[in-house]
Design a protein around this ligand. Structure first.
Ligand code: PXP
Length: 253
């Protein structure tokens, strides 16, 4: 019997839509509550340095109003560390951030920054947050994450999803193999393995077959499909796709 697979719903793009008009709706905290009711196992929000979607006030409300675990995504900066230490979220996921990017494009460089990141995560761990590092499925980055004491690695699925959508079947198959090998390595080193970025129903179903992966974090596709079917239905469909993939993982093994 494989371990269950959790869904973290990322509400950043509800805030993107709100900020397009500068008003108060749609409210990402209301969306997070609806997601909880629809079966999300946790809520993820990324407070970017430029505050392009989630704001400090959103994060403050998410930290106190949710009933499911909050995963606070942030860059490894002193400002964000101070905010996370104040809010003490269930989890902190460190991501690389560049102002000009449209979304989090690559994984975090851990291997080249072990000492700095070890110092950075120590107080977060002491405050009780589970620290997750968003990395590519690269053995160097995975091993470095284990060495510096991260509890979790989240494997960046974006390149695989892009190759799949571009119809590059061989490249997609290669990247999927890399993700699956990375998940096995990380699990073997005692890390909890999460994955996310660019996932759709079909791709979530596929990656759910990797039994070492315990959580998927999904935002853009869910909010996009919610335009057509509603957020609650989109989340239910995603959970069903993940469960189908997980059932095939049991059949694979
Ligand atoms: N996980 C991490 C660490 C991310 O930075 C993002 C994007 O904000 C996601 C998951 C979700 O990606 P998407 O919005 O493409 O589903």
């Amino acid at each position: 019997m494989n371990a269950p697979l959790r869904l973290g719903v990322n509400v950043d793009h509800v805030a993107t839509l709100r900020n397009a008009r500068g008003g108060s709706y749609p409210d990402p905290v209301a969306a997070a509550k609806l997601a909880e009711a629809a079966g999300a196992d946790g809520i993820t929000a990324h407070l970017r340095e430029d505050r392009r979607h989630i704001t400090d006030a959103d994060m403050a409300r998410l930290a106190v109003e949710l009933t499911k675990p909050l995963n606070f995504e942030m860059a490894a900066t002193a400002e964000m560390q101070a905010l996370a230490l104040r809010r003490k979220p269930h989890a902190v996921c460190l991501v690389p951030e560049r102002r000009e990017e449209r979304t989090t494009e690559g994984g975090l460089e851990v291997a080249g920054e072990k000492a700095r990141l070890a110092d950075f995560i120590a107080p977060l761990r002491e405050a009780g947050s589970r620290v997750s590092l968003f990395i590519g499925a690269d053995p160097r980055q995975i091993e470095a994450s284990a060495e510096i004491g991260a509890a979790v690695v989240e494997l960046h699925t974006g390149a695989w999803c892009d190759a799949h959508h571009a119809g590059e079947a061989e490249e997609a198959a290669r990247l999927l193999r890399e993700l699956r090998e990375g998940a096995r390595l990380a699990h073997g080193l005692g890390l909890e393995v999460h994955a996310g970025h660019g996932l759709t129903y079909d791709l979530a179903r596929e990656i759910a077959r990797a039994p070492e992966i315990r959580e998927l974090n999904i935002g853009h596709f869910l909010i996009a499909d919610a335009v057509f079917v509603g957020l609650e239905a989109a989340i239910r469909r995603m959970k069903a796709a993940m469960a189908e993939g997980r059932a095939r993982a049991s059949a694979d093994s």
